[in-house]
Ligand binder design. Structure first.
Ligand code: ABF
Length: 236
């Protein structure tokens, strides 16, 4: 483990390091996005260089694609890979059922497509992201720019009939301009505080025209690896 890391980065590194043990020669691997996933890409690169591990990586964002190429991991698109053995990614929140909120990094759409097209998804995280109820972290919803204010109003209207505590929504910005995803869309963050029924909310959101995808990952994650600042890991 790099010695000069902060406690949180040591925890992220420990989870990432353990997760790459699950990667076997010849696998097609989904490469997540975010700072924890970036550690995983570096650890995977080390195995490629030092052990001659032969893998193909499918990145979930342009940022991850750039990093993987720099590090010497072969990168292909999902349509070339077709189906993946394993995806390893970070998360913003996870609960006891391994339901997740993702998308704080803005890559939820590609992350969900890639994870869904994988035999197995492993989430790597530090302990701070474990929650009893999802929702303290704002739930990202990717929407098409056309008519986004109408889409946002429809989301707010739908939330009234939903089992959530908060109802505020905000358009994600990059400076003063809307944040643009890799797919050219906007993100509306939902400040819900507590989500009672994540499964029902995920379905309801995706029924609204203009919503492309939401950051609730239900029945997608198979294992969470929680890293600690002393290098310890816990598998759930
Ligand atoms: C991705 O990166 C996202 O889905 C999640 O929003 C974020 C987690 O970032 P980090 O690992 O930097 O905390 O996995």
């Amino acid at each position: 483990m790099p010695a000069e890391l902060s406690p949180i980065d040591k925890a992220k590194f420990a989870a990432a390091r353990r997760a790459v043990d699950f990667v076997e020669d010849g696998m097609k691997v989904g490469l997540g996005t975010g700072s924890t996933a970036a550690w995983m890409v570096r650890c995977l690169g080390e195995r490629v260089r030092e052990e001659g591990l032969r893998i193909v990586g499918v990145p979930t964002s342009s940022r991850t694609a750039d990093l993987a190429r720099q590090i010497g991991i072969s990168v292909v698109g999902l349509d070339e890979a077709k189906w993946l053995d394993l995806t390893i990614d970070g998360a913003d929140e996870f609960d006891a059922q391994l339901q997740l909120i993702k998308g704080g990094g803005g890559a939820l759409l590609q992350e969900k497509i890639v994870a869904t097209a994988s035999d197995r998804m492993i989430v790597i995280t530090d302990a701070s992201k474990e929650v009893v109820n999802l929702g303290a972290f704002p739930l990202p919803v990717e929407v098409v720019p056309f008519g986004w204010q109408t889409t946002r109003a429809l989301i707010e209207e739908m939330l009234i009939a939903t089992d959530v505590l908060g109802r505020q929504t905000t358009l994600r910005l990059n400076g003063t301009q809307p944040y643009i995803t890799d797919e050219g869309n906007y993100i509306v963050d939902l400040h819900l505080n507590r989500i009672g029924n994540a499964r029902a909310l995920a379905v309801a959101l995706n029924q609204i025209p203009g919503v492309v995808e939401n950051g609730l990952f239900i029945d997608i994650c198979d294992m969470v690896i929680i890293g600690g600042a002393e290098g310890q890991v816990e598998l759930r």
